[in-house]
Write a protein that binds this ligand. Structure first.
Ligand code: PCA
Length: 212
């Protein structure tokens, strides 16, 4: 049986909750997929995430890793395509650190590509009638750094696939008229992304992408 590692983040930017962790917990509560699902909560910390993610991967030994973050202002689930080797923090992280214009991994390539079947996941979530997009990058804050650390880790690990997905804030987090998505809908999208990924051959990423 395959194993999935699914992570979400702690609240940040003055929010009482983080939509990503709400959605991850919902996925865990309803998961009946054909794989063992393990969840982890990550702090919004440039300093802590790399070691925590590495430790979780070492401990859980997943076949698929999907890290999830909250994207304020976005109304669609965003399947991230590239992780950038750049940190340019708009606000301090939970440790008060606000690095500007530094690499995530010194000497690493400028960008690394998700190894999720991005386009196939996009098509499958859209088929459910949920708002979804393929997003080129996850920005330059902690989510992008997490995405890069993950992609860097996966590049040196055979047979393990993964990527990053942003979910919108929940309706309770926003003013009327601002973009949001219910936790149940974000969780449905994440569940579909996991199922599609598990059902796609490791070497079928490009083919799955061009079909969609
Ligand atoms: N979103 C932030 C960091 C944590 C989160 O949930 C981001 O998009 O970088």
């Amino acid at each position: 049986m395959s194993t999935i590692l699914l992570t979400g983040f702690e609240p940040f930017d003055g929010q009482p909750v983080n939509a990503s962790w709400e959605a991850v917990q919902h996925v865990e509560a309803v998961w009946d997929g054909d794989a063992r699902l393990v969840t982890r909560l990550l702090p919004v910390s440039f300093g802590s995430v790399p070691a925590l993610l590495r430790a979780a991967v070492d401990e859980v030994r997943p076949d698929v890793v999907v890290c999830v973050g909250e994207a304020g202002g976005r109304g669609r689930v965003g399947i991230e395509r590239f992780a950038l080797n750049l940190v340019d923090a708009r606000i301090p992280d939970s440790d008060g650190a606000q690095p500007v214009d530094v690499p995530v991994v010194a000497g690493g390539p400028l960008a690394l590509e998700s190894t999720l079947p991005v386009k196939a996941c996009f098509a499958a979530v859209r088929e459910l009638g949920l708002p979804v997009e393929v997003s080129t990058t996850a920005g330059t804050y902690v989510c992008n750094a997490t995405s890069y650390v993950l992609a860097h880790l996966l590049a040196s690990t055979t047979g393990m696939r993964g990527g990053f997905v942003h979910v919108p804030r929940t309706p309770a987090q926003v003013e009327v008229g601002e973009p949001a998505l219910s936790t149940a809908d974000s969780a449905r999208a994440l569940g579909r992304i996991l199922t599609v990924t598990l059902g796609t051959r490791v070497d079928a990423r490009v083919a799955a992408g061009s079909e969609a």
